[in-house]
Design a protein around this ligand. Structure first.
Ligand SMILES: [Zn+2]
Ligand SMILES: [Zn+2]
Length: 273
């Protein structure tokens, strides 16, 4: 078997509103797949719209307690880190700044799940909207989030919205949104925020990670070095999803290393050859 990256720094358990997976099952799956370092990144999406009946708040003390017990239980077999995925909206910057300072996170992902308060995950988002205009608006809101808030370690699944468009990525390319994507990538580099390579795009049938290879290549050309990697798994079978191809893919995009975080500090690891 080809060597795979042995870290997964984006995964959810039942502490996230959209996962039923016991934390221990996620850990056992990671061990079984040969991973050496994983980070839980449970969802907190303050002010997520209530009409979908999903609660994206997180009981952080209970999450920390479970994390602490299990990370100690398995400490001889795998390194486990304490992370969070923040569902960003520009006006929430003060809330999230306070929140992440109050808890001992190793790693914070900032993600755009909402466009003007609506989640494109739900089909009604695209009703009456032009797909390209919706994608463009999604990218504009990433810039707005980055102008309001810089304290995340990595920006999650940069082109998340193409998972859910009526035509997904069939009409989508870096070129089509190059101006705004370049602005985003330059801003990440200037602020020292990592770009995440999220392998769940393969799970959603895109045939590519989020963001797509063209964006990863462009980030590298612009001087971007901090690249984090995760499956965005919500159940044990998703852990390290598509990792058999991701090492070679990232190397072909110009990367030799990727990054994990411990106590909010980046650490570089070589990509397997
Ligand atoms: Zn996300
Ligand atoms: Zn996630």
């Amino acid at each position: 078997m080809d060597k795979i990256p042995t870290t997964d720094f984006h995964m959810h358990s039942s502490f996230s509103g959209d996962s039923q997976a016991p934390m221990e099952d996620m850990i056992l799956s990671a061990i079984q797949k040969g991973l050496t370092h994983i980070c839980f990144t449970e969802h907190i999406d303050k002010d997520f719209p209530t009409d979908h009946h999903v609660d994206f708040s997180v009981d952080t003390p209970a999450y920390l307690e479970a994390y602490t017990a299990l990370s100690q239980k398995y400490q001889d077999r795998i390194h486990i880190y304490f992370g969070i995925e923040l569902g960003l909206q520009p006006y929430l910057s003060g809330f999230y700044r306070d929140y992440i300072r109050q808890h001992p996170f190793d790693y914070c992902i900032g993600s755009s799940h909402l466009v003007d308060g609506m989640d494109p995950y739900y089909k009604d988002f695209f009703e009456g909207r032009d797909e390209a205009a919706a994608y463009e608006r999604y990218f504009v809101t990433i810039l707005e989030n980055l102008d309001a808030f810089s304290e995340m370690d990595s920006y999650g699944h940069l082109d998340y919205i193409v998972r859910y468009g009526p035509n997904q990525n069939r009409d989508y390319s870096y070129e089509r949104y190059a101006d705004i994507l370049d602005e985003i990538l330059k801003k990440l580099i200037d602020k020292g925020i990592a770009l995440e390579c999220n392998t769940s795009g393969f799970r959603y049938g895109l045939g590519h990670p989020n963001p797509c290879e063209e964006i990863l290549i462009r980030y590298r050309h612009l001087g971007g070095e901090l690249l984090t990697l995760g499956s965005d798994g919500h159940s044990p079978e998703h852990v390290a999803f598509a990792y058999d191809k991701i090492g070679g893919l990232l190397r072909s995009c110009g990367f030799t290393h990727y990054t994990i975080f411990e106590k909010r500090t980046p650490r570089s690891l070589p990509l397997p050859a």
